[in-house]
Design a protein around this ligand. Sequence first.
Ligand SMILES: [Co+2]
Length: 412
Amino acid sequence: MSLEQAPEVPSVSDLKLTEPVEAEKPVEATGEADSADADKKKKKKNKKKKKLTSIDSLYPDGVFPEGEWQEYPLEINSHRVTSEELRYLDRQQNNKWEDFRKGAEIHRRVRRKAQSSIQPGMAMTDIANIIEDSVRAYAAADHTLKAGIGFPTGLSLNHVAAHYTPNAGDKLSLGKDDIMKVDIGVHVNGRICDSAFTMTFNDTGKYDAIMEAVREATNTGVREAGIDVRLNDIGAAVQEVMESYEMEENGKVLPIKCIKNLNGHNIGDFIIHSGKTVPIVANGDMTKMEEGETFAIETFGSTGNGYVLPEGECSHYALNQNISDLRPPTERALQLLANIQQHFGTLPWCRRYLERTGEDKYLLALNQLVRTGIVEDYPPIADIKGSYTAQFEHTILLHPHKKEVVTRGDDY
Ligand SMILES: [Co+2]
């Protein structure tokens, strides 16, 4: 990895200081850390520098936990679950499924750490670093394209629904009354696990209804999804559940709406949105899901208009897929493009990741790449000010015989 030279990024030994060790798991970050007293004692005997625990060392046989299995919802597919032929077919693709399961296990461990360590008052940059350093440590890859972060960590607050992550110099910190969408991407060989949850810290129960609405809506989308299912039908089912909820604030009843211009999507290798869109409202799309496809099923609820627009400084970017006939307008833009291709390929990235590769004073060239259509920018997207938005998301794998909710955990 060429990430070491980046200035504001904790070095490997810094990471050890911040890597909390959960008692019941063998996720030890051993080494020369000298923060906690208990750690100190343990590490006295252990002078030699040790690597952070990678997910591979926790599963040395290379077999990772399976997700939650669900049978396909349509009657015409009920034969699939017992078909030996289809199971055989499925095993042919086992490497791909294991890549997803490995990413999902990293995801579950990273988010468990996020859930136990994120507190109001923390800087958004620190929150992002906790999550991303943890992904990098578990993935332990020597190149960003082998395994690691699948897309920028979304930490969108309140009326901002998605695509906010701090840029360098960001002064925002998390407030006690904030509702934060934590969207984490982990990839292994380009198989991206895309899964998100929402965090709140207000203990008055204010957010209970919107949290339940979106959690249930996403679980409905996951349940309804399957081979031969029409995308419209998933949207309709999600909408019905979501809009059966309302929340109350200061005696006012706020209906919960689906954010109709946000949606799930199918996932391709190194491509987070690979063509099919899974609506969260009925939209008349008769396109069907197909065997072997992989989808991110995500739903967003809002107390605002149920519609998002770009708002605020952009942090998220990705290379466009068809750029062969496009020319960077300057030498500097060409050089930046080469660096982006080398480190991220078609995976989405943010400005902080670009800086880790050693880039400096790149904004002009970056904007040139955006203007020529070589790079796509994805600014934060928000409902109206004062509204609340929430999100839950899972990645599902449409095996020939059954559906696997690969990112399922005991948290959501
Ligand atoms: Co997604």
